[in-house]
Design a protein around this ligand. Sequence first.
Ligand code: NAI
Length: 332
Amino acid sequence: MRIAFFSTQPYDRFFFEQENAEGKFSFQFYETHLGPHIVHAVEDVDAVCVFVNDKINQEVLSVLADRGVKVIALRCAGFNNVDLEAAKKYGIRVCRVPAYSPEAVAEHAVAMLLTLNRKTHKAYNRVREQNFSLNGLLGFNIHGRTIGVIGTGKIGKAFCRIMLGFGCKVWAYDVFEDLDLRNAGVTYVPLNQIFEQADIISLHCPLMPETKHLINEESLSKMKEGVVLINTSRGGLVDTKAVVEALKSQKLGGIAIDVYEQEEKIFFKDLSTVVIQDDVLQRLTSFPNVLLTAHQAFFTDEALTQIAKITLRNVKEGLQKTVDKLDPAFLV
Ligand code: NAI
C-alpha cells in the first residue's frame, strides 16, 4: 500500500514511520501542499494523505483519479477543503480522523484563554529582561463568568467540562443538544443569547456554508463590551476584518485564535525572514490583546499517535474495501 503525503512536516514522518514499524506501507513524503500545481507529479501510489490546508478540488480529484489513486486520507477531523461530490463522481474514497484527541484541542483553547487573560506570555518575557513590574498584566477571574460554547461535539464537550470545573456558568448552542452535558450542568440557549450575554465565547462548530463568518460585524455588534473570543475551530468561522474593527473600537476585549481564514499561505512555515503580504494578519497581530497560535491545538503526542494509527487503518480499509457503512471516518 503506497501513500503520498502532502504538507509533510518532520513530526508527520516521525509518527507515521513509528506506526509503520512493520513496513506494511510504503511512504512518499512531500513538503508542498497538494493542489493543481503539483498533482501531476503524483505517480505509483494507491492513496494520498493530506492535511487541513491542502485544496482537494474537482481539478485535483480528476487528475488523482486518472493516476489511479483510490483513497484520500485526511490526517485531521475537518474536511471543508475536499470537494466530496467530485470525489464521489470519480470513485475516490475520502476518509478522515473524526476523533483523535478532543482533549488536546479543548486544552489548547483553555491554554489560550488563560494566556490571553493572565498575560503569562508577556510576564515570561518581562522577567527574562529583569522587568518585575505588574503594570499592564491585569486579568479577570474566569470563575463565575458566563462562557458561551458554540458547537458541543467532541471538542466542545471536552471544553465545556473543563470550564464547568473552573466554576463558570456554561451556556451552549448546537443544532443537536447533548444530554450528558445538560446533566453535567451546561445550559443550551439560543445563539443570540450567547452573542448578547456571554463574557467569553469559544467556537467549536465545523466550517460549513451556514457557519461561514458566524462571527461578523452584525454578531460582534450584539456582544457585550469587552467580550473575549476563542477560535480553535476553523478560520472561516470569523470575518477577520470585522474582528479588526471590533478590536479598534474596543468592543472586543481580546481574541485568541489558533486558526485563520488565510492560513494556508502562512501557517506551518518559518516566515521570520520574509515580508508578509497579508495586511489583515499583520494588523491583527499588532494588537496587544490578540493571541495567535499557528494551528497548534491538535499538537500533542497522544493526538499525533492516534492520527497516524487511525489514518493508516483508514487507508487499509479503504483500499481493501472493508469499510463499515456507518464508519464516521469515511465521508465518501
Ligand atoms: P464534531 O463533529 O464532534 O462536533 C461539531 C459540532 O458542531 C456538532 O455537535 C455539530 O452538531 C455542531 N454544529 C454543526 N453545525 C452547527 C451550527 N450551525 N451551529 C452550532 N453547532 C453546529 O467535531 P469536533 O471533533 O468537536 O471538531 C470541531 C471542529 O474543530 C472541527 O470541525 C475542526 O474544524 C476543528 N478542529 C481544530 C483543530 C485544531 O488543531 N485547531 C483540530 C481538530 C478539529
